[in-house]
Ligand binder design. Structure first.
Ligand code: ADP
Ligand code: MG
Length: 709
């Protein structure tokens, strides 16, 4: 095919081909661009041009207007020609104070302030007596106009670099927006034209440009209003959904052809008798649905949706027991090592009661223990295995693997299932998630799966008492907490997740650390802390002390969202709750209310709160029902407060957003159906282009499968 050479370009390594990428930038790019989909075979990730150009700006700043110091308004982004007057480094003993530089123009003086920046660098950039064009936001400090950390500083002959509408990119430590803009323009020049996969009629009807053209437009905003309805964004969102629907369609086809092991229902009564409680009607129904799949011989690929605490684990265990009764093996994949251990602790005795062996395989176990575990798996002596998702790589070592349970892992998608097939494995798959997705959306997201819904909770659960409290009443919250902890309860204290951003990333850390210090003054060593920048091992160590040890209060970022199950924890404090999405707040709140004691959730907010945020907190106060919350979430998003898909725990899209792009989703689904009916193996020219589309959006295995066909 003539298109072959050109598709190589998007896969060139950014670090190799772009000028000006040193080790620091390369590391930052890697961190920033790691694709939202799972990495194939856990190969180390290396950013390629494709990932660069798909990293689109989230806003834009108009820097064209040159103002003077006197006319620049506080709160504005201003670009000003100034002369450097004086450097005022902080006193040697107080390096934490800002480094100040005084500049002036004909209308007045302005202070530039820098934190954690070396003086020699600043001397080079802003030599005393020289003129510079600076751009940044204006603030008032001590009655003086200041510009904290100017965004850009250039000599006057390079003013064209500043005086434009500038895209603003999501960033991370080690890369500035200025560098990003430069690299991006190189990257966009290097991307070649790709064959078109959208029909001409559709392009015309929607007034859409080509893929490359659309990307270029998104990166070069002409106004500072980056509306979501922009044509190029919609085109790319459609592309993404098209790839998704295509992959789902092939997965469905593959599944219809796939037979799996026949697992008849055996010894059901013995199983029910062994369980520590009676299954609810809901649990029984879901179990029956899955049993039917297993009996049929056709491969089960089922999604079990059930709110946090709804009792999904025991359903999975029941199926695993039946698989064992037929002489096959099963594996339960938990999202964290700690959770895997907890499951093993709870479920191994149950298995034993039934005469089966359930063992743990964890990367944390000693080499010797791991070897022993593997031997038991290979010989078939172990009927059930519990491990983290990392053991996914090990699925080949089984004697007779017939069922894979995937818990709380949204990233185990079409591609991972295909990977299993490549290894010659076609086990039944039960995927479990606590993220409630309205039925209509579940169809599009998991279009190739059957869906079971567990809508009731085990009996005796008390609703979580949820209250909104202004931050100004922090003292009262702490006093209340003191009383509760004295009575032996455990509590979580969640600090907000701030977007990864050059400076803000440190701020996030500061927020948790600050809070820890404050709470330590009240609670001493009963307090611990976890956050995403800690080593996993360290984090789990703290979690363990909270779950089983003397620690009673856990200060955390959202890393605890899907994490440890501590039934004794009855209080959840969420700071700056107004900054979180609804789905996420609900997930966080679900960490409490898991035992018999009444639980409470305190949503601390900072005024003023936007109308939309107010509505979110209100919903949370009024209901504990995950499905109601999900529906409200989508409704509120529709109202314009786009929180991004990341917060929902759904598979991440780069351009498309649930709630917002439903029309494109439906369109993509119909187009795929229509197109495949004409060209089922994608062999026509447009079919070839669609293969390229699949690869572009990380459906490499689907694309590979087609190549083989
Ligand atoms: P999730 O769906 O969030 O994974 P779990 O499976 O962890 O929920 O169940 C939450 C708690 O409810 C567990 O402690 C479990 O033992 C308990 N549980 C589950 N089903 C029942 C039931 N039918 N009756 C009483 N308790 C139950
Ligand atoms: Mg669970």
């Amino acid at each position: 095919m003539a298109v072959r050479p050109s598709i190589l370009y998007p896969y060139f390594r950014a670090a190799t081909i772009l000028k000006g990428v040193g080790p620091v930038t390369r590391k930052a790019l890697t961190r920033l661009l790691t694709p939202p989909r799972p990495l194939i075979d856990n190969m180390p990730y290396e950013p390629v041009l494709r990932d660069m150009v798909m990293h689109v700006p989230t806003s834009a700043v108009d820097r064209r207007l040159v103002s003077s110091i006197a006319t620049a308004n506080v709160g504005d982004v201003a670009s000003i020609e100034v002369e450097v007057v004086e450097h005022r480094p902080p006193p040697a003993k107080r390096a934490r104070l800002p480094y100040r530089i005084i500049v002036r123009d004909m209308t007045g003086a302005l202070t530039l302030t820098y934190f954690h920046v070396k003086g020699d660098y600043l001397f080079k950039q802003l030599p005393v007596g020289e003129k510079r064009l600076i751009s940044g936001s204006i603030e008032m400090y001590d009655g003086m106009k200041t510009m904290p950390h100017p965004d850009m500083v250039v000599p006057l002959h390079r003013s064209h670099e500043i005086l434009r509408i500038m895209p603003v990119y999501p960033l991370t430590l080690g890369i500035s927006n200025r560098v990003m803009v430069k690299l991006m323009s190189q990257a966009l020049d290097l991307i070649t034209a790709l064959p078109e996969w959208i029909g001409e009629d559709v392009l015309k009807r929607q007034s859409w440009q080509g893929f490359r053209e659309s990307l270029k437009q998104l990166h070069n905003p002409q106004t500072i209003e980056l509306e979501t309805e922009l044509l190029p964004r919609r085109r790319l969102a459609y592309d993404e959904l098209l790839a998704n629907q295509l992959a789902l369609a092939f997965s469905r086809q593959a599944r219809q052809r796939t037979q799996s092991y026949k697992i008849p229902v055996k010894n059901k009564q013995a199983l029910l008798d062994a369980l520590p409680f009676t299954l609810t009607t809901g649990q029984q129904n879901v179990l029956a649905e899955a049993e039917q799949d297993l009996t049929s011989g056709e491969r089960m690929i089922r999604l079990l949706q059930g709110d946090v605490g709804s009792g999904k684990t025991i359903i999975a265990f029941s199926l695993m027991a039946q698989v064992a009764a037929s002489g096959f093996q099963s594996v339960f994949m938990a999202p964290t090592d700690l959770l895997a251990r907890q499951h093993e602790k709870n479920l191994a005795p149950l298995a034993e009661k039934l005469g089966y062996k359930l063992i743990l395989l964890s990367g944390k176990m000693s080499k010797k223990q791991q070897t022993e575990a593997r031997a038991l798996i290979a010989s078939g002596e172990a009927h059930m295995l519990v491990g983290t998702h990392a053991v996914f790589q090990e699925l080949v070592g089984f004697k007779k693997l017939a069922l894979v349970v995937v818990d709380e892992q949204h990233r185990f998608g079409v591609e991972q299932r295909l990977q299993l097939a490549e290894k010659g494995l076609t086990p039944h798959i039960l995927q479990m998630t606590a993220t409630p997705i309205p039925r209509s959306l579940a169809m599009t997201y998991y279009g190739d799966m059957e869906v079971s819904v567990l809508s009731e909770k085990p009996p005796g659960r008390l609703p979580i008492d949820t209250r909104t409290v202004p931050f100004s009443r922090l003292d009262e919250v702490i006093t209340g907490l003191k009383r509760a902890l004295q009575q032996g309860t455990k509590a979580y204290w969640v600090c907000p997740l701030i977007e990864l951003d050059t400076e803000k990333e440190d701020e996030e850390l500061a927020a948790v650390e600050d809070r820890l210090r404050l709470l330590q003054t009240h609670f001493g060593d009963k307090v611990g802390m976890v956050h995403g920048r800690m080593k996993l091992a360290e984090r789990e160590e703290v979690m363990k002390r909270f779950a089983y040890g003397e620690m009673q209060l856990l200060v955390a970022t959202t890393v605890i969202e899907v994490g440890v199950d501590v039934p004794e924890a009855t209080i959840m404090v969420i700071e700056q709750a107004e900054r979180f999405g609804l789905a996420q707040l609900h997930q966080l709140r679900g960490r409490v209310g898991r035992g018999k004691e009444a639980s409470s959730c305190i949503l601390l907010y900072h005024s003023p709160v936007s109308e939309n945020a107010k509505a979110r907190l209100q919903v949370l106060r009024e209901t504990n029902d995950g499905f109601v919350i999900a529906e409200e979430d989508f409704r509120l998003r529709g109202a314009g407060d786009v929180l991004g898909t990341r917060q929902t725990g759904l598979p991440d899209f780069r351009f498309a957003a649930i709630g917002r792009d439903t029309d494109l989703m439906v369109m993509a689904r119909d187009d795929v159906r229509h197109y495949l009916s004409k060209d089922p193996d994608l062999s026509a020219p447009r079919g070839q282009a669609l293969r390229i589309l699949l690869s572009l959006f990380d459906y490499e295995h689907t694309a590979a499968l087609l190549k083989a066909a």
